[in-house]
Design a protein around this ligand. Structure first.
Ligand SMILES: [Zn+2]
Length: 71
């Protein structure tokens, strides 16, 4: 299935869409790519996790810590 990006506009600046990143339509402007990253799970994602009372450390790191406890 091909998506015709020409039919879409950047979610952040409204220019023509060039990419789909983090489930967002964005142009090729690095600022917009960054906006998409932040919107879908950058620091904002961590804050959300923290607000839910979950640990903010990455899962991989968490597992590593658990393994260290066992030793
Ligand atoms: Zn843009």
């Amino acid at each position: 299935m091909a998506i015709n990006l020409d039919e879409y506009t950047c979610e952040f600046c409204g220019k023509q869409c060039k990419n789909i990143v983090y489930a967002a339509f964005v142009c090729d402007d690095p600022n917009c790519l960054e906006e998409a990253r932040l919107a879908r799970g950058g620091p904002g994602g961590h804050m959300k996790k923290k607000a839910e009372g979950k640990p903010i450390i990455p899962i991989e790191l968490e597992n590593e810590i658990d393994e260290n406890k066992k030793l």
